[in-house]
Write a protein that binds this ligand. Structure first.
Ligand SMILES: [Zn+2]
Length: 320
């Protein structure tokens, strides 16, 4: 038989996901050294991956056996860093089932199986089957993003400085951050950031913190905007408030779209809006891995810290 003989069948499932934890990449986190081959690799000890799970894997371990497929692809509407939670209405995605040998499935049963298996790490909506063109619509829609962040500061900003920033939109010139410069062109780009609110707060170890909520144009490097990254983001939250800052925790609260309407199909959404903080993080509403003391350094790019993301080879990009 010719290798070109049979056309491949693909099933495309659209849904939205929420990610409630800070240790989960969106897609399979292949080892950057061996590119996932694993065998003999010292970097990943032969595992091929740097995390056991990802949003993609938590979904596909339930989807693929039911379709009797061996391969799936995950197409997200942008992505969040692995240490960033995705809350609120969740993020749209299309999961592609490659070459299914069975097409008789119960999509509600699959959804329930994923939510059961995901157990407070991820949640997904109903699925609808969509045509191929939906992948491009989902991936290419430039949605603004709403973020909430816990920011450590070296001192309280003045009321005057806060008044200058709260409720304002700021045009920010961002140079490609150092953490992604190895694989992205080094260039400047202009993005708009609107500061919805800033409140004083205590950090997990009693640090002086600010709780900020911002709406960012697509493709904004929000962690770098908070820190300034040695002047690579201008103006930054740090420069506007005249304090040193460090982003301690970040949540995406909304990826509102507008995503194009599909003919005859309503895009899936969560029935219940997830309030912030999510219910599972009772005493630690930020779900921080190690609430030890945090020192604020000069706004020096250290604010991208997310140690796992950096050490692990940086799988994630800010959403675009
Ligand atoms: Zn490896």
């Amino acid at each position: 038989m010719s290798a070109y003989g049979k056309p491949k069948v693909h099933v495309l499932l659209e849904g939205r996901y929420r990610k409630l934890v800070r240790d989960l990449p969106q897609t399979i986190f292949y080892c950057p050294v061996c590119k996932g081959r694993g065998k003999g690799c010292q970097s990943c000890e032969g595992f091929g991956k740097l995390t056991k799970d990802s949003v993609q894997e938590l979904i596909q371990r339930k989807v693929l056996p039911r379709y009797r497929s061996r391969r799936g692809k995950f197409h997200g509407a942008g992505r969040e860093d692995l240490d960033v939670r995705m809350l609120g209405g969740g993020r749209p995605f299309v999961f592609e089932v490659v070459n299914p040998k069975n097409l008789i499935v119960d999509l509600d049963e699959i959804r329930d199986a994923i939510n059961d298996y995901g157990r407070a790490r991820i949640e997904v909506t109903d699925f609808v089957t969509v045509p191929r063109k939906r992948v491009a619509q989902i991936k290419e829609t430039h949605s603004p993003k709403v973020y909430r962040s816990l920011v450590v500061v070296d001192k309280e900003p003045t009321d005057e400085a806060l008044e200058q920033v709260i409720g304002r939109s700021v045009e920010v010139m961002q140079r490609t951050p150092q953490r992604v410069a190895h694989r992205r062109a080094d260039k400047d780009r202009l993005r708009e950031v609107t500061v919805r609110s800033i409140e004083r707060a205590d950090g997990p170890a009693g640090e002086t913190c600010l709780l900020i909520e911002v709406v960012c144009q697509h493709g904004t490097y929000v962690k770098e905007w908070i820190s300034g990254e040695e002047g690579r983001s201008r103006p930054s939250l740090a420069s506007l408030l005249e304090v040193d800052t460090r982003c301690l925790a970040l949540d995406v609260l909304d990826v509102p779209g507008p995503f194009p309407e599909l003919e005859g199909v309503s895009a899936p959404s969560f029935n219940d809006a997830l309030s912030w903080p999510p219910a599972n993080g009772d005493e630690d509403r930020w779900d921080l891995p190690t609430p030890n003391s945090v020192s604020v350094r000069a706004a020096d790019g250290d604010a991208v810290a997310a140690p796992m993301a950096t050490e692990a080879g940086d799988p994630a990009e800010e959403q675009e």
